[in-house]
Design a binder for this molecule. Sequence first.
Ligand code: AMP
Ligand code: MG
Length: 335
Amino acid sequence: MKTLMLNENDIEQAARIIKNGGLVAMPTETVYGLAANALDGKAVAKIFKAKGRPMDNPLIVHISDISQIYSLVSEFPEKAKILADKFWAGPLTIILPKSKIIPDEVSAGLDTVAVRFPSNEIARKLISLSMPLAAPSANLSGSPSPTNARHVRDDMNGRIDAIIDGGECEVGVESTVITLATDIPRLLRPGGITVEQLREAIGEVIIDDAVLNPLKSGERAASPGMKYKHYAPKAHIILLEGSDEDFIRYVNEHKVDGTAALCYDEDVEKLEVPNIPIGHADDYEMQSHKLFSSLRNADEQGFKTVYAHCPKTDGMGLAVYNRIIRAAGFEVIEI
Ligand code: AMP
Ligand code: MG
């Protein structure tokens, strides 16, 4: 299959591809998504094939108008309305009991559906010219999510119908996922909307264990995506947990060819190994913006081992931590 490279002037063409059951990668404010008609199980099945994604990992349905949610869910409770009102359009996904029109391919057989209203103009226009779109991140399953069109092309060329180039994604990590299908709202994935913001809006929100920890063997994942290896480049990522000084000392003591540091901007002048800075220590927005392209960059430079400076876990730091610890396969060295 030839993959067309499109831009913001070609959205009508992209909408036609979607209506014909095809796959289009689109920019969103979080990461690039691989979109198909969310109401067509056959079209959705192609997403799993193109990504090599396990069929039991459900997809997020993207809308471009709040009124679209009523046909997708069987309940739209007060807390969901508050969150939608406050954080949509934006990087928040809300899980609710699904309606009958959601194909099993989308919900992976669960009785819930994940819904998001992205703020990116290209994504919104594509949805409004077609229909609600099921869209996971537009990378090969397991690898770092794409934050520009080149990343998508590197993974998906020849596997999908088209890619719309909309430049760099602002947020850089996937949406925050919260389920309201439980008695107490539960954060399943941290992202651009923080747990602090969610609690301020609707009160108690539990952070699911899988946000910070690996699943114990035999444990059932509340969010199936969290049980898989994720976001991992080819390089071996190791998270170093300790003080800022210990990070520098440890990395400098372990300099061998092929080793690099994923670090804060402040670390650069103290490090004696090649390094990929992802922003200032307290600039969580920049760190999240640069994280996935930095992981891809590590592979482009051929690094074999990358020591990552452990992120803090308040605010958006939790999203950065959640991605890095998965990219590291939960390999942490306390230094
Ligand atoms: P992706 O779109 O690849 O970033 O992944 C979407 C994430 O949302 C995955 O971690 C899924 O497991 C999760 N997800 C989607 N739908 C549901 C659902 N109905 N219940 C729980 N988690 C979901
Ligand atoms: Mg993904």
